[in-house]
Design a protein around this ligand. Structure first.
Ligand code: F6P
Length: 359
């Protein structure tokens, strides 16, 4: 049995532990009858036939290792079916199908997030046997309650807020910690709550800058010397949310601010004279060792993926649903985002302890 594995899109903690989970489980079941191949840098390696045979030792000692031993890259889904000059006029999809045919893989195991799953579904629709695993620090993948990488990133972003707490308290300042998460607010919501942020701004709940200032004033009046805002990189004001996509893009193009936090800080300064400090932990949120939760989740998902291969249940992602790992059809996952429900219980609970969402 010939199995290829690839990791695609932004890296996160738990990729290596998931690869190890798949490999160990396959070796335990198939022994020497299984041949594992590592595709370098995600779909790039499949397009360019950059593939190497792996052995058992490759998967030893990587449970706690951050990053991905296979390397990764971003290959936009929208480019997959376009003829490409660098590939002699062939599409990237055609190149990938050629590579799979050449090696006669029984299954391609894909570890990725949203964009990756769109391409995985495309490959599956074109006859490739696929089993996939949900990874991303954003936790925005449809069909799974949790992606691996998320909880490790929550720990890092929470730690950033914890560290800001002490200096904010000493100086009596207002601080913004900008948290990753692309278009969704899960990471900011969890890190914000875990770090005791006073104001949490998410893409799913457009904010009003005057409400944000009201929340800061309220703390001032209550004698609190500092305020901490956890702001998602994708947070959006009510005004911007009312713009069309085209208008928003044009505004962003002209913007002098490196990110939303800088724009918000400037608006607060203009209206109140308060100086705001900004901290952006950025890619540190994707770095380092997976936390124990992610080690367990990625190992379980890896073992479950191997099980699907054993049963020839291709065309599925392994997802965590109500505590159980289940197969979820790729066509259900591809192209859908799992966002924070603005009226969901976690938001209501956060609001009930006085956290402002600027709405
Ligand atoms: O999807 C993971 C993520 O870290 C997002 O939170 C973030 O918006 C994006 O990737 C950053 O991408 P890049 O590593 O390409 O800058």
């Amino acid at each position: 049995m010939k199995i290829a594995m690839l990791t695609s899109g932004g890296d996160c903690q738990g990729l290596n532990s998931a690869l190890r989970g798949v490999a160990k489980s396959l070796y335990c079941r198939f022994g020497n009858d299984v041949e594992l191949y590592g595709v370098r840098d995600g779909y790039r390696g499949l397009i360019e036939d950059d593939i190497r045979k792996m052995n058992r030792n490759d998967f030893s000692g990587i449970l706690t290792l951050g990053g991905t031993i296979l390397g990764t890259s971003r290959q936009p889904f929208k480019s997959m079916c376009l003829p490409a000059e660098e590939y002699g006029g062939k599409t990237r999809l055609e190149k990938m199908l050629e590579t799979c045919k050449k090696y006669k893989f029984d299954c391609l195991v894909v570890l990725g997030g949203n964009g990756t799953h769109k391409t995985a579904n495309l490959l599956s629709q074109n006859g490739i046997n696929i089993v996939s695993l949900p990874k991303t620090i954003d936790n925005d993948l449809w069909g799974t309650d949790m992606t691996f990488g998320f909880h490790s990133a929550v720990e890092i972003a929470t730690n950033a807020i914890d560290c800001i707490h002490t200096t904010a308290a000493s100086h009596g300042r207002v601080f913004i910690v900008e948290v990753m998460g692309h278009k969704v607010g899960w990471l900011t919501l969890y890190a914000g709550m875990a770090g005791g942020a006073d104001i949490i701004l998410l893409p799913e709940i457009p904010y009003d800058v005057d409400k944000v200032i009201e929340a800061i004033d309220k703390r001032d009046k209550a004698g609190k010397r500092f305020t901490i805002l956890a702001v998602a990189e994708g947070a959006i004001s009510k005004e911007d949310a009312a713009l069309s996509k085209k208008e928003r893009k044009a505004k962003q193009k002209k913007s002098i601010y490196p990110s939303i936090s800088y724009e918000l800080a400037d608006q607060i300064y203009q209206k109140t004279g308060k100086e705001i400090r900004i901290t952006v932990p950025g890619h540190t949120q994707r770095g380092g060792s997976p936390c124990p939760y992610d080690r367990v989740l990625s190992t379980r998902l890896g073992a479950a993926a191997a099980n699907l291969i054993l049963q020839k249940q291709y065309g599925n992602m392994v997802g965590l649903v109500n505590g159980e790992i289940v197969p979820v059809p790729l066509e259900e996952v591809a192209g859908k985002l799992k966002t924070v429900d603005p009226d969901g219980s976690i938001i209501r609970e956060a609001k009930s302890i006085g956290i402002s969402f600027g709405d």
